[in-house]
Ligand binder design. Structure first.
Ligand code: SF4
Length: 426
């Protein structure tokens, strides 16, 4: 098996960037761990210059929101059941500042993972703003006079939180032996690699050397260990849960469908009126017919007001892309829902618009089918009733497949599905 973990050619960094040096040492360290293969490794990154390294890796990679990679990696680590897997977070000092709580919590819980903070003392990707780790006096484009207060000593913080291994190093030359040591720790290990960003840091601090900057800031280049934090049980993750997937119950295939191909549906209504749960029940019903389904919800952060829209894809083949460019059908059950999808509906060149009869359909080339969704049993049943009417007409799957899912769910106790089904006979 090819044991190349990442390609160090054509790195996406500026010339002289320390991120390249860390990546080279990481590749060497991984390569020396003989029992480890690329797909035994999960590399988690987020926003920042270091985050664009993902495509260089031959391992699993996950890319998250700014500062959240440690939290994501912690979740991944806790969900893994095999002890030989390695979860590695690569994060910048900006991301580590934003996600400081995540780093501290992961250290405190001794989660089996390695966090490498690329501390070049500024936010490189966004133009060189100082981060929480920027030392006092270090100059950046927006603080050319130097940062007025000292930065956090992240190694000391994670050490105080209980991390078995925390090490600060100067990211020059080959330090693969240190990374290998950190990767072999049972539990949480942490490396802070001090770098200087040639594009912003070096420009504003041209005469300063990394060793001097660290020394002046009181940032010791050393290893902090917590013997007490080392665990024989190989970390928290194996104590609490075997695999997150163990919790998921497979859906049984009880119905048949002759549908072949891919069908995309947009269900749009108001928050709090059961749009998301109706779409989820439809997806389960689709799977209970031996087909594939995906469901993606969109709603405002204030989840109790405004629109609620759900995209459902139905396919006879595995779904490898979950986006919808132009839906085959749009179902609109409320005014909020209409406002949200009006432009998508106007752009439809074909397909169907199922719309509540109290609403005015926008100009569209989709075929418009108007029905009472809200009147018969109220707003809370509108999305489900609309889906039942849709299925009875389009016949993608049997209506019974959806009604069975409703009965098996908690919604079946609140909504009389038989009454809803009686509307299909009219
Ligand atoms: S901007 Fe700075 S941190 Fe970003 S790639 Fe360039 S040198 Fe590296």
């Amino acid at each position: 098996m090819n044991r190349e973990f990442l390609s160090v050619d054509n790195m996406p960094f500026c010339g002289g960037c320390g991120h390249r040096t860390v990546a080279q040492s990481l590749e060497k360290a991984l390569g020396r761990m003989k029992d480890l293969n690329p797909l035994d490794v999960v590399v988690v990154t987020d926003i920042g210059c270091i985050g664009i390294i993902d495509k260089q890796f031959k391992t699993h990679t996950v890319h998250g929101l700014h500062g959240r990679s440690t939290a994501l990696a912690a979740g991944i680590s806790m969900g893994l059941s095999e002890e030989n897997k390695k979860v590695i977070t690569l994060i910048g000092d900006g991301g580590a500042t934003i996600g400081l709580q995540h780093v501290i919590e992961a250290a405190q819980r001794n989660i089996d993972m390695t966090v490498i903070v690329h501390n070049n003392m500024l936010y490189g990707m966004t133009g060189g703003q100082p981060s929480g780790l920027t030392p006092c006096g270090f100059k950046t484009p927006i603080m050319p006079e130097g940062k007025p207060m000292r930065g956090h000593d992240l190694c000391k913080l994670v050490h105080a939180a209980g991390a078995p291994y925390a090490r600060r190093l100067i990211a020059i030359g080959d330090f693969s032996d240190v990374i290998e040591e950190a990767l072999k720790i049972k539990g949480f290990s942490f490396i802070e690699a001090m770098e200087i960003c040639p594009s912003y840091g070096l420009k504003y601090n041209p005469t300063r050397k990394l060793h001097e900057i660290a020394e002046e800031a009181g940032l010791e280049i050393k290893l902090w260990e917590n013997k007490i934090g080392q665990r024989d049980d190989n970390s928290y993750r194996h104590v609490t849960i075997n695999s997150l997937f163990d919790e998921i119950q497979p859906l049984e295939v009880n119905f048949k469908s002759d549908f072949r191909g891919r069908y995309s549906l947009l269900l749009s209504g108001s928050a709090g009126e059961g749009v998301q749960s109706a779409a989820e029940l439809l997806s389960k019903a689709v799977i209970s017919c031996g087909l594939s389904a995906t469901k993606k919800g969109t709603y405002p952060v204030t989840v109790g007001v405004g629109f609620s829209t759900s995209e459902v894809i139905i396919s006879s083949d595995p779904i490898l892309f979950t986006g919808i460019s132009s839906p085959d059908a749009v179902i609109v059950v409320s005014k909020d829902g209409l406002n949200k999808v009006k432009s998508s509906v106007s752009e439809m060149r074909q397909g169907f618009l199922y719309i509540d009869s109290d609403l005015n359909a926008p100009e569209t080339k989709a075929k418009i089918l108007s029905s009472d969704f809200r009147k018969p049993f109220g707003a809370k049943s509108a999305a489900l009733l609309a889906l039942l009417l849709f299925l009875s007409r389009e016949k993608l799957i049997p209506v019974e497949a959806l009604s069975e899912q409703v009965k098996a769910s908690g919604i079946g106790k609140k909504i009389d599905i038989e009454k809803l089904l009686s509307c299909l006979k009219d």
